[in-house]
Design a protein around this ligand. Structure first.
Ligand SMILES: [Zn+2]
Length: 428
């Protein structure tokens, strides 16, 4: 795989870059391939064509589980196509980690070389969002909490540490991690409490996570018809599900008892504590989907594997385009046109995440069709802390309908783009 990635990057004419995010337990590189020139502006405001709006950043992470091999092949095929097509205009800055668990891949096992499930490993004591469960207080019904505490929930493994610290510094707009064993796009949250018991909880950003799952599933030829995983667990709607929800009739998985709160309708699957997607939600305020791309974990070589990329290609590209959906703004000093930083607050809808901002004055907020977002930006100049600026109210609603956005292609009208000019106030 290392040789393939090196050759793919070398053939790209500078379009793709290869770097290592760190090492696995057995000293294998965690390769990252970037697609597109990160410094090239794209999608400027027509009124301010010289303002360098950065492209949104999208991350795909493959093979967290070493025995789920088909999704790795899909990502390598994606890179082969995108890096090979130097005429293509990148609409999104794409970051691909084809294999987060190279040791598990070589060993042919789900876990890393320390026998830890990397998708139950993404919280430390400091950032676990719930009261931390204690092993000696668990009952036999608390199977998920028991598994979390004994299989990776106490510390981050080297692979998880490398990926989470990189994601924290990169601050991508949107991301997904890839799996096999079912055909479904799963959205946060994967658990609602410290025991993995509570059965119904939406993200504060709902219905955006479900919308994003639909954007992947409905571009796929087979996923919308997927009703459950091959063992019959779960109930998928349009090929989507929420991990934290469990549906009646899905069985007492893992010896779990009633647990309370079985849901009789809608989608659902099984709870999981310590997933990378839930860590992204709680620790970063970031949307990450968990995509299950193939019902057979380790698909044999042959026509089925060749078709796997073809089946997922449109979905992979559409989900990446969704990183344009919402508000994209740059804040400039009205007099000098210098970029400013900004503090952000969201007034409505109540409880949703505020826009994100970087030090170069770029501000972004993903928005779901049908919802109006409003709030206030407070510009400030980190180089001149004594300066003061008038606050700037904002209000936006994306133009495409839910259906047009999930079934369409291209980025036209997905973003509400605004260059905001901040008025400097007299010093006190
Ligand atoms: Zn998996």
């Amino acid at each position: 795989m290392s040789a393939f990635l090196s050759a793919t990057a070398a053939r790209s004419g500078g379009r793709c870059g290869l770097s290592s995010l760190g090492k696995s337990v057995q000293d294998r590189d965690l390769w990252l391939v970037t697609v597109g020139n990160a410094s090239a502006p794209h999608f400027p405001d027509p009124a301010y064509p010289s303002v360098p709006y950065p492209k949104p950043k999208f991350v795909y992470i493959g093979a967290m589980h070493g025995d789920e091999t088909g999704n790795l092949v899909v990502l390598l095929r994606l890179l082969e196509e995108l890096c090979g097509d130097t005429s293509r205009d990148a609409r999104v800055q794409l970051y691909v980690v084809p294999c987060m668990n190279p040791d598990g891949y070589v060993l042919g096992q789900r876990w890393n070389a320390h026998d830890v499930d990397l998708n139950r490993n993404a919280f430390t004591d400091d950032d676990f969002p719930y009261a931390r469960p204690k092993l000696d207080e668990l009952s036999s019904f608390d199977a998920e909490a028991y598994f979390f505490l004994t299989a990776g929930g106490t510390h981050m493994e080297p692979e998880t540490q490398a990926i989470t610290s990189w994601l924290s510094s990169l601050r991508p707009t949107l991301s997904a991690n890839l799996h096999g064993g079912a055909l479904v796009a799963s959205y946060a949250l994967d658990a609602c409490d410290s025991l993995g018991r509570d059965m119904s909880c939406d993200s504060v950003e709902a219905p955006l996570p479900r919308f994003l799952a639909n954007a992947y599933a409905l571009q796929h030829p087979d996923m919308p018809r997927s009703r459950s995983d091959p063992d019959g667990w779960g109930r998928f709607v349009n090929g989507t599900t929420q991990g934290a929800r469990r549906v009646r009739g899905a069985g007492a998985r893992g010896g779990r008892g009633e647990g309370g709160g079985w849901l009789g309708e809608g989608d659902g699957w099984y709870t999981a504590l310590g997933t990378l997607a839930d860590w992204a939600h709680w620790a970063m305020g970031h949307h990450m989907l968990t995509l299950e791309l193939h019902e057979t974990k380790d698909p044999p070589p042959g026509p089925g594997l060749a078709r796997l990329y073809a089946a997922n290609r449109a979905s992979l590209l559409r989900l990446a385009e969704m990183s344009h959906l919402g508000m994209r703004s740059v804040v400039l000093d009205a007099a000098t046109q210098a970029p400013l930083a900004a503090w952000t607050a969201l007034d409505g809808p109540a409880g949703m995440w505020p826009p994100q901002a970087d030090a170069a004055g770029y501000i972004w907020k993903l928005g779901v069709p049908g919802v109006t977002y409003s709030g206030v930006l407070q510009p400030h100049d980190p180089r001149d802390p004594s300066s003061r600026y008038a606050s700037i109210p904002f209000r936006f609603r994306v133009r495409p309908s839910w259906d047009a956005a999930v079934r369409g292609s291209g980025i036209a009208e997905l973003a509400v783009v605004r260059t905001l000019l901040a008025t400097r106030l007299a010093k006190k």
